[in-house]
Design a protein around this ligand. Structure first.
Ligand SMILES: [Zn+2]
Ligand SMILES: [Zn+2]
Length: 462
């Protein structure tokens, strides 16, 4: 979740809208009273937490997107309403309104509505990402902003370029991996795809869609190497989730060649995992395991997008095929209703992207039954977090629950696209699934000192 990921199809609202709404739960401190679904909704928590930093910001976003409430936003997203449904007259207006949602003074937090008529917010010339109400605020903010200005420049380019994924003008390169064992991280993935990738990126950079994009966004088109860098970051962002599932299957030595196929449950799935996700996005996961006998990926969570809800059968998959499906609800309920009754296959691996249970008591309360279930049924599990700090906090919680940690460390398939903490732009940008933790069953042997060594040392051995 998160400032958060999401993808490429025609007739969908821009994914940067989604990124905007879904901030990392690290900033969550209050639960809105309007939640109607069971348990905290990660998407809604992220949306409403914006208010804590910049009062009025969530209303500004809705206003710019021509919506009245978070519920309406959710409905529009669920219904897959075409871009025209947002009421934008042209792409130029859409990009303008989207940029307007970033307009507040990064130092004093004032919104345009709080300024006298004669004053306007002006952006930082270097990053074109943060805004200031005047030179005093900009000067006072510089000691903090200078640390992130360069990275925020990338964010500002990426959030425009993402549009090409949404419209389908940037199709991710894909195809069988000649030598899967050689591909252990992004560098090896990029060198495997080099020739195909050069052609793809050159074509996108020279495309009519790229020209149209930069003609409409109200800022100069960057140099080709900047555009290429952005496309590569977007690519890692889109493929990070499927390949992280692959990392889990590999590291935990799960047999993807067993009769009947393998099943991965993605727990606590939100819009980020299911909105704009299409089956082809997981093709690379299949190529990681040539000869697999079928992979079922089931997204379970209270925020699973409506158009992702498809029936999942426990019947045998054809070898080499990948089936994506979704179920809306909490995992321990899903387990009782679907897994225990045999309607849906028992998981070979469970994955949670950014569960955020370290961040608030509400999230921990929602996650506890699931964590205990996974521990007690000894399900191989992988979770991801945004930062080293979150890694340490999450490990501590898991150790306190006597969970047996198998491995943890930096994710070789992390997203390389920086995510701005939207309502607090001078906070260090984070990366989706930057770190992972894998666990299996229970143990009581780890103490705190060992834990600290493990966080610093990476992979665990016991
Ligand atoms: Zn100001
Ligand atoms: Zn700047």
């Amino acid at each position: 979740m998160a400032p958060r990921s999401r993808r490429r199809r025609h007739k969908k609202p821009p994914s940067s809208v989604v990124s905007t709404i879904v901030t990392p739960p690290a900033d969550v401190t209050s639960v809105p009273l309007t939640l109607s679904k069971p348990g905290p909704s990660i998407d809604a928590l992220g949306f409403f937490s914006l208010e804590n930093n910049v009062p009025g910001l969530s209303q500004l976003i809705l206003q710019k997107l021509n919506m009245k409430s978070y519920e309406e936003y959710k409905l529009v997203v669920d219904g897959g309403t075409p871009v025209s449904g947002f009421g934008f007259r042209c792409p130029q207006e859409m990009f303008q309104k989207m940029e307007d949602t970033f307009r507040f003074c990064a130092h004093c937090r004032v919104l345009p509505s709080g300024l006298p008529d004669t004053k306007v917010l002006r952006h930082c010339k270097r990053c074109r990402n943060v805004y200031y109400c005047g030179p005093e605020c900009q000067r006072s903010d510089w000691p903090a902003h200078r640390k992130v200005c360069r990275e925020l420049h990338l964010v500002a380019v990426d959030r425009l370029m993402e549009w090409l994924l949404v419209t389908g003008d940037f199709v991710l390169p894909s195809g069988p991996w000649p030598c899967p064992a050689d591909v252990q991280d992004w560098d090896t993935w990029f060198s495997m795809r080099r020739l195909q990738l050069d052609t793809t990126l050159d074509a996108v950079i020279g495309s009519h869609a790229m020209t149209t994009l930069w003609a409409n966004v109200g800022r100069p088109r960057p140099d080709p190497d900047v555009l290429q860098g952005s496309l590569k970051r977007l690519l890692t962002d889109a493929l990070s989730r499927p390949l992280t599932l692959g990392l889990g299957l590999r590291t935990l030595r799960i047999d993807t060649g067993k009769a009947g196929g393998s099943t991965v449950h993605v727990v606590g799935a939100s819009h980020v995992e299911t909105f704009l996700t299409r089956p082809g996005d997981y093709d690379e996961l299949g190529y990681m395991f040539p000869g697999h006998t079928g992979l079922r990926v089931v997204m379970v969570g209270v925020d699973v997008a409506t158009d992702f809800l498809q029936s999942t059968s426990a019947s045998t998959l054809k070898p080499g095929t990948i089936q994506l499906s979704g179920h809306r609800g909490l995992y321990h309920d899903f387990w009782e209703e679907k897994v225990e009754t045999g309607q849906i296959a028992h998981p070979d691996l469970v994955v949670a992207f950014h569960p955020g249970f370290h961040a608030s008591a509400d999230l921990m309360e929602a996650w506890l039954p699931t964590l205990l279930l996974l521990r007690d049924y000894e399900i191989p599990t992988l979770i991801t977090v945004y930062s080293h700090q979150e890694l340490a906090a999450s490990l501590q919680i898991l150790v306190d629950l006597d969970v047996h940690i198998i491995a943890c460390g930096a994710n070789p398939f992390t997203s390389r696209k920086p995510e701005q903490v939207y309502s607090n732009p001078n906070k260090q940008p984070v990366y989706c699934s930057a770190y992972y933790i894998m666990f299996l069953g229970s143990t009581c042997q780890l103490d705190k000192k060992e834990l600290e060594e493990e966080v610093d040392g990476g992979v665990l051995n016991n």
